[in-house]
Design a protein around this ligand. Structure first.
Ligand code: OSB
Ligand code: MG
Length: 330
């Protein structure tokens, strides 16, 4: 049963939070927050996504606001630093925001950049982390198989923990996995899980060694847990560049997993120069405590989105809600 739309809209706040570095081409992260019986929850699908996809993110938001979270297997979650596709000169400043993180995920294959820039960025990250640090890269599907193979060869000396979504399709991932298997570098799937018609297809076809699991695009904590159980692969829980409220959803998901073998991509609060809580969910000693953050009325006000953007988000939430009610009736 869905809560009533009017009830959701009655607590809805729209915020625009400034970022420390450009991410996905943006300097600002917009998000909708609303309050359910369990506390504040977040609806923040990327702006270019259509209503059907956004409706899955809304189902996740409703789940976290209205349903109890599952029992936890841990109190804290180890997290990675996330390094956007910044210039090499900015790497140490970006990393300094992630207190105590021994693992870094580095964005590569950004449109308009070269492999040489990726190599320089990964080298700089390795210099800061030292030999004991773990480095994973994320291409967001930006390479074809040959480009990915070449990039892996160029970056392998930096000792990669895994390569996330090097290519766009499941077929390409499978082909690349065969080609780089001898190097012992695992392939992780992200977009092939969270944007696929069938999120389990990539696991079933053996195209990936690891799944990146995000609570919002997978319809919430409970649905994501079902998916993980069915997939039977190790997972990395990650954020969608959420506010502390959305990060809390991801942390509760990570906490509910019996096995967690990788540091999670939930440290991205450190990429926001402001958040909605006075006590935001950012890494301390490489870990984040699993809790719901206290949301500050003053910060909601200070970071309220412009009126036209707030209306756009309320209309979008309304359309996503209609997709959910139509599905419920069907
Ligand atoms: O996994 C992380 O380290 C942080 C999350 C992240 O990279 C991300 C954040 C927003 C949108 C897409 C992605 C992604 O993993 O591709
Ligand atoms: Mg990714």
């Amino acid at each position: 049963m869905l809560p009533r739309l009017a009830e959701i809209l009655s607590t809805t706040r729209v915020v625009a939070l400034p970022l420390n570095a450009r991410f996905r081409g943006l300097w600002e992260r917009e998000a909708v927050l609303f309050e359910g019986p369990q506390g504040w929850t977040e609806f923040s699908p990327f702006t270019e996504y259509y209503d059907t996809e956004a409706s899955v993110w809304l189902a996740a938001a409703i789940d976290f606001g209205y349903n109890e979270t599952p029992a936890l297997h841990r109190t804290h979650v180890p997290v990675n630093a996330t390094v956007p596709a910044v210039d090499v000169s900015e790497v140490s400043l970006v990393l300094s925001a992630f207190n105590g993180c021994r693992t870094a995920k580095v964005k590569v294959a950004e449109a308009g950049q070269t492999l040489a820039e990726d190599v320089a960025r990964v080298r700089a990250v390795r210099e800061v982390l030292g030999v004991e640090g773990r480095i994973r890269i994320d291409a967001n599907g930006g390479w074809n198989v040959d480009e990915a193979e070449r990039a892996v060869h160029a970056l392998a000396d930096f000792d990669l923990e895994y390569v996330e979504q090097p290519c766009a399709t499941v077929e390409e991932l499978a082909e690349l996995r065969k080609r780089i298997k001898y190097k012992g570098i695992p392939v992780a799937a992200d977009e092939s899980v969270r944007r696929a018609e069938d999120p389990l297809a990539v696991a079933r076809s053996g195209a990936a060694n690891i799944l990146v699991i995000k609570a919002q695009p997978l319809g919430g904590i409970h649905r994501a847990l079902d998916l993980v159980a069915e997939a039977g692969l190790p997972v990395v829980v990650s954020s969608a560049l959420d506010t502390s409220v959305g990060l809390s959803m991801g942390l509760h998901l990570a906490g509910a997993l019996a096995e967690l073998n990788y540091d999670c991509g939930l440290g991205t609060g450190a990429l926001l120069s402001n958040d909605v809580s006075e006590d935001p969910l950012v890494p301390v000693n490489g870990m984040i405590e699993i809790r719901r953050p206290a949301v500050s009325e003053a910060l909601l006000k200070a970071h309220a989105a412009e009126k036209d953007r707030a209306n756009w988000w309320r209309n979008r939430l309304t359309r996503a809600y209609k997709v959910l009610t139509a599905a419920e009736r069907a």
